[in-house]
Design a protein around this ligand. Sequence first.
Ligand code: 0A1
Ligand code: ZN
Length: 860
Amino acid sequence: MKDASPQTIHLADYQPYPFRVARVELTFRLSPRATRVLSRIAFAANPDRPGRHDLFLHGERLRLLSARIDGTPVPAAALVVTDEGLTVAAHALPEGPFLWEAEVEIDPEGNTALEGLYMSGGMYCTQCEAEGFRKITYYPDRPDVMAPFRVRIESDLPVMLSNGNPVGAGAGWAEWDDPWPKPAYLFALVAGNLVNLPDRFTTRSGRKVDLNIWVRPGDLDRCAFAMDSLIRSMKWDEDTYGREYDLDVFNIVAVDDFNMGAMENKGLNIFNSKLVLASPETATDLDFERIEGVIAHEYFHNWTGNRITCRDWFQLCLKEGLTVFRDQQFTSDMRSGPVKRIEDVLTLRARQFREDMGPLAHPPRPSSFVEINNFYTATVYEKGAEVIGMLKRLVGDDGYARALDLYFDRHDGDAATIEDWLKVFEDATGRDLSQFRRWYTDAGTPRLSVAEDWAPGDQGGTFTLTFTQSTPPTPGQEVKPPRVIPIAVGLLNPNGDEVVPTTVLEMTEATQSFRFDGLASRPVASILRGFSAPVVLERSVPAAEHAFLLAHDTDPFNRWEAGRALAKDTLVRMVAEDAPASPDYIAALGRLLADDALDPAFRALCLRLPAEDDLAQTLADTGRTPDPDRIHAAREDLARAVAQALERPLAATFEAMADGGPFSPDAAAAGRRSLRVAALALLNHLDGGARAADLFDGATNMTERAAALACLIEAGRAAEALAAFHDRWRNNRLVIDKWFTLQVVHAAPAHAAGVAGQLAAHADFDWRNPNRARALLGGLAANHAGFHDASGAAYRFYADWLLRLDPVNPQIAARLSTAFETWARYDADRRALVRAELERIRATPDLSRDLSEMTARILG
Ligand code: 0A1
Ligand code: ZN
């Protein structure tokens, strides 16, 4: 909705809602352009807000047909209706409990923003988080107002679903009852011509739960992996957290038009179809892993989010950080712990560090916002999870388990806060967490530097590590007091044996020293093992020490990190000093590649060169202006140098990792494929796409076929393959999304905007579909040198599309605008080009609240 003067909402202004809702009954008469919604809401005074109050109900884009209180129409003089809701004057309200009844009309087909009730491929579906319910009916649409819901759906569609348990159905109607009080953001309704994959789960106390995955008729053969993931998630949450499911049915629905990944509505999760549908031919291993993780994430929300929800949207990381942490633990248990940790840190650095170091930096628990949809960020999700990981490290596994038991006991049924969360840790463990709380309230990524001192002695030597922390200012937060930082450290002696196993040092001061006595010789320190805190470790050690750790560290994360440091060192020197690729780095990589004792997935991660955006950030951090073209060239040069030096072992690996047997999506098989395609990507620099062409023709799974196609695009010989790929998959939207993305991501930088322009004119570019818009625009933003091409063509193209998307789907436009968040890193010419585009966006009349907040913050 257009909003002339968007208001800033402040955490400090929180007040409880003046009324409680005892019960909600809704009837939906579905019709694409004119759905009728009848509501009956039982209100009573809230003792936490004494006094007499007006009744305010949120409501947007609703046509109010009638409103009654206790059966009597509300007098016009007592009712004020605005674009944001309605108010009934206190004097028109009965003194005791009362029943509100209203009828409204809404237009699901005209709802292109995909918030509230909308249509996707002929089916009705809803998205109510964060504030979509107010587009369905008048209601106190805030998470601290919780109530049981009963829902009746009337339509001639064969499948009609809502939250809770089914309580009745007949010709043209179905009724659902959800006994668990919930906030409106967890409401859901789906109706359409759907088919289901059914299954059954018996909980540990013996409750039989009917499970269903609902999809469009042609998609039924691609649901099995999602169902398997759901069953494993349910079992894992019982085994690991003692959490059991609490309804008779659990439904998942896949929809093609969805703004985010998925949504945890009580008993009726709604998913972006890309996070449900998978077969070996259509989904990559990464898709399989994401499906497993997101199915788990949404399921885990049943306790961390639904049974215990958030008091207000400032507390979003209470449910999201914890649920991400839980889904990370799950994936780690299902697959490889070390590989998962490396993947998570790669994502954290690529998304959250980038956010934290730019104009959009905010704390995991922000204290103000204009549009809450703009705060579903990497900081709230991923950093929110890291903060919980640190808590667990500080209080230990037992302390964590006790605190979580207390959290579920004490707060079941509550709308809770971060303070409640920290209090259970304090009460369960006796620790004072007042300093730790800064991780929630302060933005920015701390920098941690370290000095080493070695003093030999008769009784053995003393090794001292002195750490210094500082956090650069972020918007609105100039001064950053020191935080508690758990620093996991291990010490190795020069022959590679571990002399001090992993120890967690607790840093609380700005500068602090830690001593290790009685050592026979000066050790090599392995610092921040397992990435024990989300900080930037600033440590300049000789390349030989990184090589030593790459060969000997017993901590798999730091072993990988050492290789990464070598790769970054050589790349930075190639960019900044025109240095040649480091032969030492390449030799170390060769030793790793040949080490068959190492997990193939781990070796694949080591072969993956640092991303161009990561290098740009590193250069900017060290006071240099990143040149995207030079960065791109250096990365290509390094890949070629690695391929030349390691051609034989890479070729042997490529062959050895070929899949003989039937496809399995499990971690071991996926790890082999990831190593195979990592080798292919390097060899592609030597063979001009020859191997890729063979693999493209012969591949039996999408991981290999998509990797081969990417190589062919990079080698400039993909025309035929692209046509064949499109031809084969023209009816599969998810695969065609990949076809769009691959072409822009792998386009030569100078042509990226041109390629994107041609694709935008393609008949399949259905830009109103969020996945398709993201496939093309997100792909362009991911092509670092292409997006930042000096001509400014990509900036202009991208801004044009943001402006086109904004009136149709503001949430998507606002999310995509984060491509510009790093603009201040670059040279004056590029900065001027980006600024001009952002100013052009800002000056556009009727911009959404979402996009106007984002452009204002990015411009700073
Ligand atoms: N709570 C969901 C994500 C989600 C958030 C917002 C949405 O619309 C604005 C939709 C979904 C999750 O964490 O999975
Ligand atoms: Zn979530």
